[in-house]
Design a protein around this ligand. Sequence first.
Ligand code: NAG
Ligand code: NAG
Ligand code: NAG
Ligand code: NAG
Ligand code: NAG
Length: 552
Amino acid sequence: MKRICRRGPAFYLFLFLSAIVVFIFTYRNFSSTHLSSLFEAPFEDTKPVRALAIELHPKEHIRRLPTSLTHHWNITEGVRAPDGVNKTVYLINGEFPGPTIEARTGDQLIVVVSNQLKKGEGVAIHWHGLHMKGANHMDGVVGVTQKDIPAGEEFTYKFEISKTQAGTFWYHSHSELQRADGLYGGLVIHRRFEQGFSESDNFDYEDDRLLLVGDWYHRSAADVQASYLQSRNSENEPVPDSLLINGLGSFNCSTVVHLVECKDVRRPSMKMSPGSTRLRVVNVGAMSGFNLTLESGNMRVIKIDGGNDVVPSASVESVGILYPGERVDIISDGPGNSLTIALDLENFHCPEQVFTAIQTFAIEQPKKQAGHRAIGPMPESAGQTILVYTHIEMPAHDDQVTIGYMNQTNWIPQVEPLLYVPREQWDNHQFMPTVKATEDWVDIVVNNFDDQGHPFHLHGHDFYVLTRHEFPRADIKPYNPFDPPSQFSSLSEPLLYPRPNLENPPLKDTIYIPKHGYVILRIRADNIGVWFFHCHIVWPMVTRLAMGLDVR
Ligand SMILES: *[C@@H]1O[C@H](CO)[C@@H](O)[C@H](O)[C@H]1NC(C)=O
Ligand SMILES: *[C@@H]1O[C@H](CO)[C@@H](O)[C@H](O)[C@H]1NC(C)=O
Ligand SMILES: *[C@@H]1O[C@H](CO)[C@@H](O)[C@H](O)[C@H]1NC(C)=O
Ligand SMILES: *[C@@H]1O[C@H](CO)[C@@H](O)[C@H](O)[C@H]1NC(C)=O
Ligand SMILES: *[C@@H]1O[C@H](CO)[C@@H](O)[C@H](O)[C@H]1NC(C)=O
């Protein structure tokens, strides 16, 4: 279904009012330009003004024995102006984004979360990408693995980080829209020093930095969602206003379209010491993918989504598009270049309103290449195959809202989390196929009928991406693994389905499923529990594009 940007009389009234606002702000800025340039002139390079990168401390973790790390978190709300525009955001111990957790493989994490939000507002925290083996009940999904933590109460998350997981992860609220209003933070697991080598030896870098990058809305997520769900606007995904890195950004106040108080702030910059740097990039956004490029420099991608497999690491200029929830670890070499982050326009149907930001980073000398390792070939077929379809139902009447379906089910959380309720008592909004916990492979085939792509995240497991394909036209028959294998493309029939990659498929935990397309994901269902599998964009997530795997 083709979507268009609908514009009613209200839009034109809005445009007229915006023009007045823009005029007022432009006038105001003219009168304040002189003052602000005076203020910025004596800027000293040695002073870390709004420095971007979060510095990581692998040396404090890689040579010690596994231990138990305890954090106490108070979750509150407060006003911050990350890009010069005030917004009420969530704070963890007064910080936005929340404090970065650093640990090593095999550590136990204890996070005591005290919900100090206003009455009626619950919270739950998900540890994105961690396997949570033996700790399904700590996975943080309201309605699936826990009830939300009510305001005024405390909940202790306690789990072990597996001895095989190391890499770039993050945590975020899994309770409605809070992620889009800033309830997230970084979670980095350092690999222990092994056989005389650290990861920085293997990949040849000196510094380790975290970049939490994402789109940003000036209105509260509740407001954005309300206008999205209103049938008049439901066909146009909400366009973000800004872009933040580690909770910092800059917004050009003279381009303001919504009624906001705005203060021009200098675009933040990143300092790096001489030597090459590992940049761990996380898309913490609500909706947009982004493309990350190095101007006239080079970078090597070494990992994706915290997976243990090392990605073939030729020098690249861009890493392609990173969608919400996805991570990429890169090594940057080469001094004095700039790093460009551009929001992807594909999912916006009114892209003329999209804001794009450029951020600048200093980069140092190139060094030698790191090696890479390939996984062994996989069997042709898996022991079990799960086939699902996703689609978004458009409103038939003006008063209905858009709803996302996995097969015929739109997910609504049960009051009692599934983990604590026998399967017979799950209601029919729970689509959680049963998977036998074995050492065998399980394939998950997801066909997306929507005219928009969706990043999906699977909890508790990594998956190999055997196929990701977008059909050239909307009318092509979706992929059905139960049809005979002659369905794969050949020279004479190039329009059919590509052959799955069984040689060196990437290992991930979040995957972008293209519009009119499909993915084949292969997991080892070796982690018993109920594991959520859902669209990681905040807005359609709320329209219930979610299911799960009941691994038993
Ligand atoms: C959390 O809040 C409690 C109660 O207000 C306070 O005693 C404690 O110091 C706070 N902890 C942190 C880390 O801010
Ligand atoms: C801000 O936007 C205005 C109007 O589009 C433009 O003229 C100006 O150059 C922009 N300023 C910056 C710093 O980008
Ligand atoms: C943001 O809010 C603070 C108070 O919370 C106020 O002092 C400040 O002027 C506001 N700034 C803008 C740009 O609206
Ligand atoms: C990312 O940006 C670079 C440079 O602007 C461009 O060459 C490349 O095609 C983009 N990649 C994608 C996947 O859009
Ligand atoms: C999802 O729906 C398709 C089409 O009806 C069906 O073939 C498939 O078995 C369903 N998947 C599951 C896991 O029930």
